[in-house]
Design a protein around this ligand. Structure first.
Ligand code: FNR
Length: 177
């Protein structure tokens, strides 16, 4: 049985460390597990356009979540919180109220930063938001990647210890579906 994961980087820039973490994890996935990576370039959330006629990207984003067995969010920290791009996407994903594709969806959150603090404040905010849905927030050891710049090579997470730790969380995510 295949497990289909959806990887969401909380940063849009092409050279993103968050994206590089997802790419590194993608390469290390066990047999039977796959992960698509999708960027969070969506319109600004506006309840006036959150209708059945919402922009096509919104429908496609919600559909991608619905089709995934689990979601991996890799977030940087912006000004002690999660980037607006990620909050915006989670707000879109949280609707329609009571019917969100994220309800009971297993979600693994990974934070990262060039600082040794690893984006823990953003991590906490993402957890809080996921509890509002409620998504099935993966319990257990939190994956926080500090000093991330030293751990990336050729656009991919390449630190053996971090990869091993994060992939063990992916195993827990796959088992949670
Ligand atoms: C940052 N950065 C940052 N880092 C951090 O650890 N705590 C913080 O509060 C902030 N604040 C912050 C605000 C803004 C507006 C920017 C642009 C950056 C630095 C941030 O961790 C760094 O730019 C990362 O490389 C961004 O993640 P990606 O794009 O590499 O995934």
């Amino acid at each position: 049985v295949r497990t289909k994961l959806l990887g969401l980087p909380g940063s849009l820039r092409s050279n993103s460390n968050s994206l590089a973490i997802l790419r590194g994890l993608q390469d290390g996935l066990p047999a039977g597990v796959s992960m698509d990576i999708r960027d969070l370039r969506l319109p600004l959330y506006d309840q006036d356009i959150d209708t059945p006629d919402a922009p096509a990207e919104v429908h496609a984003f919600r559909q991608a979540i619905a089709e995934a067995d689990g979601v991996v969010i890799v977030t940087p920290e912006y000004n002690y919180g999660m980037p607006g791009v990620l909050k915006n996407a989670l707000d879109w994903a949280s609707r329609p109220y009571g019917k969100s594709a994220l309800i009971s969806k297993p979600v693994l959150v990974i934070s990262n930063s060039p600082a040794f603090t690893g984006g823990v404040r953003a991590h906490q905010q993402v957890n809080d938001t996921l509890l509002a849905l409620p998504a099935k927030l993966l319990a257990g050891p939190q994956v926080v990647v500090g000093s991330v710049g030293e751990k990336i090579k050729d656009g991919k997470l390449a630190d053996e210890a971090v990869l091993k730790f994060a992939l063990s969380a992916i195993d827990r995510l796959s088992a949670a579906k």
